[in-house]
Design a protein around this ligand. Sequence first.
Ligand code: F6P
Length: 361
Amino acid sequence: MAIERIGILTSGGDCAGLNAVIRAVVHRAIQGYGWQVFGIHEGTRGFMKRPVACEELHLGIFTGNILRMGGTILGTTNEGDPFDFPMPDGTRQDRSEEIIEGYRQLGLDALIAVGGDGSLAILRRLAQQGGLNLVGIPKTIDNDVPFTENSIGYITAVNVATEALDRLQPTAMSHSRVMVLEVMGREAGHIALNSGIAGGADVILIPEIPYSLDKIRNKIEGVKREQGRNFFLVVVAEGVMTESGVPVTVTDADGHKRLGGIGHHLGRRIAEEIGAQTRVTVLGHTQRGGSPTPQDRLFASAFGVRAVDMVAEGKFDRMVAWSNRDCIDVPLADVVTQPHNVDPNGPVVRTARGLGICLGN
Ligand code: F6P
């Protein structure tokens, strides 16, 4: 099939490296194949508008700072499943056919979608329903997309969290405090575990491993006794529940409920039960913004180039992935089955345990 026009969209929560991947797709598609590239605005929402909300992407727009910029120049959304879309009057509608029609109106031959596992599952369903030629690119700070060692944005988020620990350690030491750092990641503990190791945490709590306050107490008292140290760094993933198994959530001003607040809960419990002075830092969306690390720029570039080559080869319904130092592609059907959480017996957990870090159990 002859390809002439392709679309690209970013979907789900933003992260660092999205602009780098857009840049890579445009470079490869125009320079390598002479295609036209259309950037769809705000994920699938752009396809619902009439005319479709999009812009043609030329090489000229990438002469500046875009490779280095956080966010996404196309906009994105992590709300509003098109199969069950919340309407202004409070009803819900299946708007999938509008999206498929939008793709047709633009005369696209293929669509490259940059998303996490949730977005890719929705896009795959749309592609199957409408016969769209879809290639997926994994992005999310949570790094829970399966079959790829890395998703775009994850390493940058780990950097932000590690830098926070670097800043918390001296103030913890000065005041002999327990500093609790809450990081994002939804139900996956990758950011917490990896930044916790890199930032020298004493305790790392992740959703994949149950914890008890007694174990945290043993750790803190043991270090005091054996090393004479009186300050501690605790990293907790937002998806960790209370000791009694209740998820902790916050409701934003717009009514949107999301994970968050376990850091404060834990800070209170450590103060009450262990008698330590605690302070809590919630990193929140700082983990998503900022300039992508060189590694995230590299993944973004490799994924973008490979995705365009896959379109040229007619390899659809697949996602690009990073595996064993190589850029490969895997079936989207496999990707959408289950998220890739931390393996409680895997090498990173073993490293943490080997260092004497308390994982709560
Ligand atoms: O999936 C990425 C992520 O940043 C999660 O780590 C976090 O729980 C969520 O998105 C926050 O979403 P929102 O942008 O809606 O606040």
